[in-house]
Design a protein around this ligand. Structure first.
Ligand SMILES: [Zn+2]
Ligand SMILES: [Zn+2]
Length: 162
């Protein structure tokens, strides 16, 4: 024998009330969680969009912010997958920001690119190849001479030492 629901609102037979309340519970928990994350942001704690870990904003080197927050540990994988999917203009904008963030907070150094030798990556914890700012990626300076900052290649490497 079926128990009477008796409230006239439930669609008995077509809809399982337990499922409905489960959905409501999940929705409520989700809302609570979002509010909690907003509250944490007010307290200066933000979350990496990749590994979902929380970090203190007082440590400016913990999370890289380019509209999306990414922690330092997630950067290499995140950047290598994202950079191939971006339009050139977007990539250059983000890589410029990334380069200055790495230099500011992670002792990154600008290393000249070399055409003939492969870069030595043994001492690099993380590195990105970015457009040379001195020649805007053209490899040439105003007088037409080869850019000495990037050896005329138009790119330099930003290397975070181990
Ligand atoms: Zn992360
Ligand atoms: Zn250059």
């Amino acid at each position: 024998m079926q128990p009477e629901l008796g409230n006239g609102l439930s669609q008995a037979g077509t809809h399982d009330p337990a499922e409905g309340s489960l959905f409501a519970t999940v929705a409520r928990v989700e809302r609570d969680l979002n509010e909690l994350i907003e509250a944490l942001a007010l307290l200066g704690v933000k979350r990496c969009s990749q590994c979902r870990k929380f970090f203190r904003c007082t440590d400016p080197g913990a999370l890289f912010d380019c509209g999306q927050l990414v922690c330092y540990g997630c950067l290499p994988d995140w950047w290598s997958s994202l950079s191939t999917r971006l339009y050139v203009a977007d990539r250059e904008r983000i890589e410029g920001k990334l380069a200055s963030w790495l230099r500011k907070h992670h002792r990154a150094e600008v290393v000249k690119a070399t055409a003939d030798t492969l870069p030595d990556t043994t001492n690099a914890e993380f590195q990105v190849v970015v457009k040379c700012l001195e020649c805007s990626g053209s490899g040439k300076l105003m007088e037409g001479e080869r850019c000495r900052f990037c050896n005329g290649l138009g790119t330099v490497r930003i290397v975070v030492p181990k």
